[in-house]
Design a binder for this molecule. Structure first.
Ligand SMILES: Nc1nc2c(ncn2[C@@H]2O[C@H](COP(=O)(O)OP(=O)(O)O)[C@@H](O)[C@H]2O)c(=O)[nH]1
Ligand SMILES: [Mg+2]
Length: 198
């Protein structure tokens, strides 16, 4: 089983990517479950999720990386036991730290899973974000296996290069992909990684 975490600041495109990855993986014959933690954020449209035949659980009363860590772990165990998915996609809140979620998952699942952390960066808002929340974003980026620079439909080559330089400075070894969660451009490698073709 793969457990995929979609990290990233509020508005970076996590929910949009979640719906795209979930529906594509489901179309490819994978059993997909989704855990969404939103506290005052725009949520997943339940009807949309259901229409793709995905199993989803929402946790809304607090943050799964702190006050509701036990709730995340129980939900993971419950979904695994009752639904036996091929993949679980987790969308934490925009202020969660990926490394904490990874630890919680590891403890809950005692190592039967493969954990993949994708951190989304909004290419359009990146310059502002890097200026105003640099330390926090660098911790999110550093905790990721893959950094997905999202909304590339909104920026040109130069902005893309600049974002790339900053990310490289924060985390020299992370893989970087360039995507539009909205149009689906560039998303194929992520689907591959999540086992769409196996
Ligand atoms: N232009 C563009 N907009 C996007 C893209 N991905 C997400 N958005 C928009 O960005 C906003 C925030 O997206 P959402 O998925 O809710 O972000 P979240 O807060 O990280 O879950 C929404 O209005 C999306 O339609 C993209 O690739 N391109
Ligand atoms: Mg969201």
């Amino acid at each position: 089983m793969i457990i995929c975490q979609l990290a990233g600041f509020l508005g970076s495109g996590k929910t949009t990517l979640l719906v795209r990855l979930g529906s594509e993986l489901s179309k490819a014959g994978k059993k997909v479950a989704i855990i969404v933690n939103e506290v005052g954020e725009v949520g997943v449209d339940g009807a949309v999720i259901d229409s793709f035949g995905l199993k989803s659980v929402e946790i809304t009363e607090g943050c799964i990386c702190c006050s509701l860590s036990g709730s995340l772990q129980n939900t993971l165990r419950m979904i695994t036991r009752e639904y036996a998915p091929d993949i679980i996609i987790i969308e934490p809140t925009g202020i969660a730290l990926p490394s904490i979620i990874v630890k919680l998952v590891r403890t809950a699942m005692v190592g039967e899973e493969r954990m993949i952390t994708i951190c989304l960066i909004d290419a359009f808002r990146a310059p502002k974000l890097f200026k105003e929340a640099n330390l926090f974003v660098s911790r999110q980026v550093a905790g990721a296996d893959i950094v997905a620079v999202n909304k590339i439909d909104l920026v040109g080559d130069e902005a893309r290069e600049e974002v790339t330089d900053v990310i490289r400075g924060m985390s020299p070894d992370s893989d970087i992909v360039y995507i539009s969660a909205k149009s689906g451009e560039g998303v194929a490698p992520l689907l591959e990684l999540l086992g769409a073709s196996t």
